[in-house]
Ligand binder design. Structure first.
Ligand code: ADP
Length: 397
């Protein structure tokens, strides 16, 4: 049985067709520049050559149709008809407080996606368009919404409320939601399986370190706390996002530089983080190359990243009342031994020890050192597979 996984952004669409009999990816691809000049679809069928379609795509409806055409293409396709797609799993950003589990798309679910446009202004509208485009292209095909915020739904009020007048929570839903939920959920559960931890009581801290980055603390796979907040801007230094800062900086800079709310928002989201500190790049590989050539600002940007992450982990050990496993995932977390080692060095005061040789390995890795108080792992994330698994599970209910 095949599940199509769709992740629609404001001008992009990523997809994977997964055979759930063996959880293998049959084809995957990316549509870029939807609604702007230069639209392009890059389709990669497993074991075959990549297929690129450059044609104007004025909206996601056309993009979805072209994806389905590519999947069924005589030469580059992998299925004969859309009958071979059992259902479609959609990554949806924000469910507010309405859903803390994946669900079959109904009119009510679409209403929630719409109600949360304000909370996820870039993603929720695109997610809804993606769902409606599939409904139009394949009427009657089950669609499943897998929410990025769902994992954070198990936090207690003491973890999710901000100490501002309560009316703002009640009126506008201002609270911590957390993001990358699919990844945190997948990786925390994979860790429990991989390390043979108790599925009910395992205390796990997951560091999802990609261009966007967040850390979660969970018990038995249920989120207790997480670093992103009302929006993905909160937490620690990321590629272009500032993470937690003194909130008074916002009005201070707005007054000093005569900035509008949108302008300060852009500065904090797109011009800060590693890019803002180094002045070089938002890409952690570029910063590392510059640091190795002696660039002090690049070194500082990377030192800040490691230091802030270590502080988050330390605070989450307290939040969990101890910790069984610290896990690294996503682009930086999975691929950079230097950052892992430097972060874990800060944690030596908590008794964390790593095995430096095992830390250099790839894939599912236990790189815990002899006599460590907590285990340390690398567990690659697979958000698409998790979306497909949730979709399958809902189909069989
Ligand atoms: P996103 O999905 O948020 O774009 P990814 O999880 O794909 O992020 O991670 C992208 C980031 O991972 C980039 O900043 C890239 O530089 C970084 N990255 C990938 N490989 C390495 C590596 N070996 N060392 C350092 N950073 C890496």
């Amino acid at each position: 049985m095949n599940i199509l996984v769709l992740n629609c952004g404001s001008s992009s669409l990523k997809y994977q067709l997964i055979n759930m009999d063996d959880e293998s990816v049959i084809a995957k691809g990316l549509v870029e520049r939807i609604g702007i000049e230069g639209s392009v679809l890059t389709h990669k069928p497993t074991g075959k050559d990549k297929y690129v379609v450059e044609t104007p795509m004025k909206d996601h409806n056309i993009a979805v149709k072209l994806v389905l055409d590519a999947l069924q293409d005589a030469e580059h396709g992998v299925i004969k008809s859309t009958d071979e797609i059992a259902a479609v799993g959609h990554r949806v950003l924000h469910a507010g407080e309405k859903y803390i589990e994946s669900c079959l798309v109904t009119e009510d679910v679409k209403k929630v996606v719409r109600e949360c446009f304000d909370l996820g202004p870039l993603h929720n509208p695109a997610n809804l368009i993606g769902i409606e485009a599939v409904e139009a292209a394949m009427p009657g095909k089950p669609n499943v919404a897998v929410w990025d915020t769902a994992f954070g739904g198990t936090m207690e009020p003491k973890a999710y409320l901000y100490a501002i007048p309560r009316e703002y929570y009640e009126k506008y839903g201002v609270r911590r939601y957390g993001f990358h939920g699919t990844s945190h959920s997948f990786v925390s559960k994979e860790t429990i399986k991989f390390a043979n931890l108790d599925p009910k009581t395992a205390k796990v801290i997951v560091c999802h370190l990609g261009n966007g980055a967040s850390i979660s603390a969970s018990i038995g796979g249920k989120c207790v706390d997480t670093s992103m907040g009302l929006t993905p801007l909160a937490g620690f230094e990321m590629g272009t996002r500032c993470g937690d800062i003194d909130p008074a900086i916002v009005p201070y800079l707005m007054k000093k530089e005569n900035l509008t709310p949108d302008e300060i928002d852009t500065i904090m989201n797109k011009k800060s983080g590693l890019l803002g500190i180094t002045g070089i790049s938002s890409d952690f590989r570029d910063a590392e190359a510059a640091m190795n050539e002696g660039n002090e600002r690049a070194k500082l940007g990377l030192d800040m990243f490691r230091y802030q992450i270590a502080k988050y982990i330390g605070s989450y050990v307290i939040a969990l009342g101890g910790c069984d496993a610290i896990v690294f995932t996503a682009g930086i977390g999975e691929n950079n031994a230097g950052h892992r080692a430097a972060i874990c060095e800060y944690l030596e005061c908590l008794g964390v020890k790593i095995d430096p040789e095992k830390n250099k390995l790839r894939g599912d890795v236990d790189f815990t050192g002899e006599g460590s108080t907590m285990k340390t792992f690398i567990i690659p994330t697979d958000e698409e597979l998790m979306i497909a698994q949730d979709t399958m599970e809902l189909l069989s209910k």
